[in-house]
Structures are given as structure tokens and as C-alpha cells.
Write a protein that binds this ligand. Structure first.
Ligand SMILES: Nc1ncnc2c1ncn2[C@@H]1O[C@H](COP(=O)(O)OP(=O)(O)OP(=O)(O)O)[C@@H](O)[C@H]1O
Length: 248
């Protein structure tokens, strides 16, 4: 469902070249739930942007649902849902429900299907109390639930999330995690998420990949991740050890 084959992305900054992602090969199959970790500046967001077609790789290839994201953005949009925790895709001044109506038009979802999906998402994400509130007046937790609904209204096969729980309180985080678990288990949606919150990884991800200096530094199960540092009992300790052992 997601394939990166020796993908790389560099940026020219004045006279220097920044290699944000280098030689990254990764395959995520349909129905997987994969968490992506890495220190600040490791290349996670750049990778996500290549998966969405926002950035074109400068080397290697990227495929999502069999499509080249940067060349087939419109076709890909029907198969892919994206949430950036730090930036909303909703219309700031419009009531949430109006953003959803615009998304229905953009993705050409028929009215009956749209109504059924919106009702389901409103219930599972508990959106009812603020559907008519302008997005700019929503709390961060409410806005994130709105963004998740917006990303799923067209029932994509793949959901890519860049720090979806950033800034949320423990109860909001638990709600979002529970929702994501259900989306993956019940709809079979493939999920790739980046996070700095190790609770997201522990509670959601069967597979963990770690990016350091733009390269793949680890790919395996949570148990295999823990086994990289025998004697360390918490995921925080294991990840700290990996980050300080050359991935940053
Ligand atoms: N548009 C750009 N121009 C120049 N350099 C960039 C650009 N985008 C990213 N970079 C650089 O690429 C590297 C990887 O950045 P990226 O945002 O992918 O990291 P990240 O793993 O998502 O970090 P964080 O966890 O802090 O969000 C960094 O050194 C960053 O400064």
C-alpha cells in the first residue's frame, strides 16, 4: 500500500544541500498500523510530504496505493487521507459541518453515502456538540477530531497522520487512539503515523520504524524494539538510547 524504494529528498539551502531523507526503503502492506519515530529533524515530515505528493523525491521512488504521489495527486487523493497535527485542513472561518460539505463536493461523495459516513463519524468522534461551530473557535482536541473526520469522509484506503496527538490532554489522546484503532481494525484502513508520543506507539502500533538522519534506523515490532536495549524496561529508555546512539 505504501512503498518507498531508496527514496531521498534533499533541499538546497544557500550554498549547502540538506539531505532530509536518504535512501529510505520501506513497504507497508494493506491493513498494517505502523508508527514512525525519530528525533527532531530526522526526516519524518519530509517522508510524509513525499507520500502525499506535496514534495517530489529527488532520488528513488515512492508509491502509495500503486500511484506516484507527486504525479497522480488527484487520483491519490481519493485513496489517501492525511492529517497534520500542527496544521488544520479545515476552513478556518466556516462551521465544521460546512467544511465537511465542501469536502463532499471535492471528493464527489454522493449525498446518501456522505450522510451515513458523517453520522457515523459524528458519533464515533463525538462531534455533535460543535458541528456548527466555526473551526477557529474549536479547541485543539475538537479541531483534531474534526480533521480526522475530514480525512475519512471519502473512506480512503490509507491514512497518514503527522503527530495526530500533539498538544492533546490524556483523555483526548485516549479518544483519538481508540478511534484510530477502530478505523484500522474495523475498516482495514492502512495507517502510518509519526509521533513523539511513545504512548501512541505502545498503544497502537504493531510495527515501529525509526528514522535517524533521514535513514531507516530500525524496522520491527514493539517487542523487537525493546529487545534492542536489553535491561531497559521502558520504551522511553530504549528510544532515548537509540536516539543518542547515532540517530541524531
Ligand atoms: N523546505 C525545506 N527546506 C530546507 N530544509 C528543509 C525543508 N524541509 C525540511 N528541511 C530539513 O530537513 C530535515 C528533516 O526535516 P523534517 O521536518 O522532515 O524532520 P522531522 O523528523 O519531521 O522533524 P520534527 O520531529 O522536528 O518535526 C531538517 O534538517 C530540516 O531542517
Amino acid at each position: 500500500m505504501i512503498e518507498l524504494d531508496r527514496a531521498g529528498r534533499s533541499f538546497k539551502v544557500k550554498r549547502n544541500v540538506v539531505h532530509a531523507v536518504r535512501d529510505l526503503s520501506l513497504t507497508v502492506t494493506a491493513g498494517e498500523f505502523v508508527g514512525c519515530l525519530g528525533p527532531n529533524g530526522a526526516g519524518k515530515s519530509t517522508t510524509i510530504k513525499m507520500l502525499c505528493g506535496i514534495l517530489t523525491p529527488t532520488s528513488g521512488t515512492v508509491r502509495v496505493a500503486g500511484l506516484d504521489p507527486s504525479r497522480r495527486r488527484t487520483a491519490l487523493a481519493r485513496r489517501l487521507g492525511v492529517v497534520f497535527g500542527q496544521r488544520t485542513t479545515l476552513w478556518w472561518d466556516l462551521p465544521l459541518v460546512d467544511s465537511f460539505a465542501l469536502i463532499r463536493h471535492l471528493y464527489q461523495v454522493d449525498r446518501v453515502t456522505f450522510r451515513a459516513r458523517l453520522a457515523e463519524l459524528t458519533e464515533t468522534l463525538d462531534l455533535g456538540a460543535f458541528l456548527r461551530t466555526p473551526v477557529r473557535q474549536l479547541s485543539l482536541g475538537q479541531r483534531m477530531r474534526g480533521d480526522l473526520a475530514a480525512a475519512l469522509l471519502h473512506a480512503p484506503d490509507v491514512l497518514v497522520l503527522d503527530e495526530p496527538t500533539i498538544g492533546l490532554d490524556v483523555v483526548s489522546k485516549a479518544g483519538i487512539r481508540d478511534f484510530l484503532r477502530r478505523v484500522n481494525a474495523e475498516r482495514g484502513t492502512t495507517v502510518l503515523l509519526t509521533t513523539h508520543d511513545l504512548g501512541d506507539i505502545e498503544r497502537l502500533c504493531r510495527r515501529v520504524v525509526l528514522i535517524g538522519h533521514g535513514r531507516l534506523a530500525f524496522d520491527g515490532s514493539l517487542e523487537e524494539l525493546m529487545a534492542t536495549a536489553p535491561g531497559q524496561s521502558s520504551i522511553e529508555e530504549v528510544v532515548t538510547r537509540l536516539y543518542t546512539a547515532g540517530t541524531q
